[in-house]
Design a binder for this molecule. Sequence first.
Ligand SMILES: [Zn+2]
Ligand SMILES: [Zn+2]
Length: 273
Amino acid sequence: MPHFICTACGMQYAESAAPPAACLICEEERQYVPPRGQTWTTLAALAQSHSNTFREYDTGIIGIGSTPSFAIGQRALLVRTDAGNILWDCIATLDDATVTMIEGLGGIDAIAISHPHFYTTMVEWAYAFSARIHLHAADKQWVQRPDPAIEFWDGETKQLWDGVTLVRCGGHFEGGTVLHWAGGAGGRGVVCSGDILTVCTDRKWLTFMRSYPNFIPLSARTVEHIGQALKPFAFETIYGHYFDRVIAQDGKTVLAKSVARYAAAVNGTRGYE
Ligand SMILES: [Zn+2]
Ligand SMILES: [Zn+2]
């Protein structure tokens, strides 16, 4: 029986003879059902219409995205550290070329995902590379294809190995997670943020939302908590969730000023209310 994939958000569901009646992710207030209505595909069908594109940003950081764009359109990151490779976030399209190339780069030792919008076909990736998936337990209810490969972690941080830490920020989702790699950016540190910290279109600022498509903001308190969660970590570069959303330098300062700007805007203390 097929594992159907929602074409609007990319979530893959547990096997079923017929497509699910609705996508729980798209029906929820943070996503949306497109005007054309809900439609479904499979990994085999996607392999006929899509392939993956790779971009090496820096030593140890390679972006992987679907061409043409699929569902939300995010790209994942292959983070290649001395102690192992991590797939950060996930995309639906996984084809033979992608498996062959990633195997050639040392495979994937661990998969970690920022939040449920990017769970997509994570179980397929886990099987292709014999990797465990690390998800924050606060978002357990959103997993639509449960599998023994999924491990839930609790609390505020989880070290995958030395110098590689998952940090729970919350915000967009309760378990909203970013990845900190101390050895990235030539040892100055990297944060892979998904859209928990969203790199803005100008690539000079970050923003934070409960829903991006439906424009639901977060409170100042929640956004200030995101800033606090990353206080203990040093980092230079922030990789957002699209190919072009990268803050190359001074990421730590950009986070601090972006939290302050956001809090002032929602508190009405910035002068344009
Ligand atoms: Zn969906
Ligand atoms: Zn999202």
